[in-house]
Design a protein around this ligand. Structure first.
Ligand SMILES: Cc1cc2nc3c(=O)[nH]c(=O)nc-3n(C[C@H](O)[C@H](O)[C@H](O)COP(=O)(O)OP(=O)(O)OC[C@H]3O[C@@H](n4cnc5c(N)ncnc54)[C@H](O)[C@@H]3O)c2cc1C
Length: 398
């Protein structure tokens, strides 16, 4: 066999479709799960309100949004003929900041000033390191508390983060759910994906690979595409190619928790986003009745995962009542949808950005070496990490 793809999430399917389009039909995807266990996870449900009326809802428990400057994702969606499902997110939606002793407007103004100061930095640190160094304790606390996605981005290289935020396009969600990407792509590659096939070992010898799966099957191939999530990739034994483990060590795995709550009565407040001083830290309105009440990442996601969800939902209700003079109670909640991923995504560690004597980043040098040995790895974010935490970060053009 010529090409072997390990992992059948969006990254592996994207490689497979590119091979098909190049008339390279000699390939196979080995997928560990019994079905497509990609992180893309759309749920359709019918909510029954207390007065007997119903509402159809779409919940994206995994990724929910992308933007129109993400080149490979846009190509993939076009290839799958799914552009007609696009709904653009209104960029003028308002955010409300919750911070003790300040109004929302005061906290927002101060937060922007502090963020601007940190963004003026030109060092090669992470966002967290630069913020801790530049700011006093009080400003650091405000920056961190009022930055909804703080735990998602705090370990990003500050220069790369600044670049990626500047280059963001218009945000898009998909009518009918993002799972359509996985479903359609899987249909197109049909019999070229083998489920329940966990790869356990990859051996490299004289420009050829031997891959072993958990059923003691053996596959010989010329080129490997390692498209497993980072945790899955690290469980594979690599023989004769030490660079793989070295490269995989340049990623930090992050946790993620999402908890949507449907309320029996509409919450009529003119804000799409609420962020700040409450347990869930960041919340997003999908409709007046449906709120993502907790959107934490990293250690905060782990903290909420170990907590009864009633606690942080009640805390959110208390925060909304206090800030918007409402009288919601836990009895006003109906369906809840919660998901937790131990290995939701990964960031590139500071070691990735170490520059060698030839002026090349350590991570990029390793990538080049791996490419010269015919192994392409999508488990870590591509480029310098500009699309970290996005699907696009794992979509490599071949
Ligand atoms: C809660 C959450 C919210 C997110 N929000 C967004 C968002 O709004 N927008 C956005 O763009 N991105 C978002 N992301 C990130 C996005 O989901 C990921 O970047 C993307 O799905 C990664 O795709 P992948 O194919 O690399 O990995 P996966 O989807 O994890 O697929 C990897 C596959 O490899 C398989 N595998 C692992 N080990 C082996 C093995 N040994 N042998 C065979 N198969 C193996 C796994 O079973 C899995 O199917 C979010 C992620 C999460 C968890």
């Amino acid at each position: 066999m010529k090409h072997l793809i390990i992992g059948g999430g969006i990254a592996g399917l994207h490689i497979a479709l590119q091979l098909l389009d190049k008339n390279e039909n000699d390939f196979l995807i080995l997928e560990k799960a019994g079905y497509n266990e990609s992180k893309i996870f759309s749920i359709k449900d019918t909510i029954k309100r207390k007065d007997g009326t119903t509402e159809e809802v779409l919940i994206e428990l995994g990724p929910s949004v992308f933007h129109d400057k993400q080149v490979e994702l846009m190509k993939l969606i076009k290839r799958l003929n799914l552009q007609n499902t696009f709904e653009f997110v209104n960029p003028k939606e308002k955010a409300y900041y919750v911070y003790p002793g300040m109004t929302s407007d005061e906290a927002k103004k101060k937060w922007r000033e502090i963020k601007k100061r940190v963004f003026e930095e030109t060092t090669n640190e992470t966002l967290e390191e630069a913020s801790k160094r530049i700011l006093n304790d009080e400003d650091y606390k405000l920056l961190k508390t009022c930055w909804g996605e703080w735990y998602e981005v705090k370990d990003d290289n500050l220069q790369v983060l600044k670049k990626s935020l500047k280059e963001e396009g218009n945000y898009i969600v998909m009518k009918g759910g993002l799972s359509q990407i996985i479903e359609k792509a899987t249909t197109l590659i049909k019999d070229k994906i083998q489920f329940n096939n966990k790869v356990i070992k990859v051996s490299y010898n004289k420009n050829n690979y031997t891959v072993y799966d958990s059923h003691n099957n053996l596959y010989n191939c010329e080129k490997i595409y390692l498209c497993a999530n980072l945790k899955g990739a690290r469980e594979i034994e690599f023989e004769g190619i030490n660079e793989v483990n070295e490269y995989l060590s340049l990623g930090k795995i992050k946790h993620c928790l999402r908890c949507y709550t449907y309320f029996n009565k509409p919450i009529n407040i003119p804000y799409k986003f609420i962020m700040g001083n409450f347990i869930g830290k960041y919340s997003i309105k999908y409709s007046d009745n449906l709120w993502l009440v907790a959107y934490p990442d990293d250690i905060l996601a782990l903290k909420l995962y170990n907590m009864r969800k009633e606690w942080f939902i009640k805390d959110w209700i208390e925060m909304v009542n206090k800030n918007f003079h409402l009288s919601l109670t836990y009895d006003d909640t109906l369906n809840k949808y919660c998901g937790y991923w131990e290995d939701a995504y990964c960031t590139l560690t500071p070691e990735f950005y170490e520059i060698n004597s030839e002026g090349i980043l350590k991570g990029e040098k390793l990538r080049n070496e791996l490419n010269s040995k015919n192994i392409l790895i999508t488990s870590l974010p591509k480029d310098k990490g500009e699309n970290t935490a996005w699907m696009e970060g794992h979509l490599l053009e071949i």
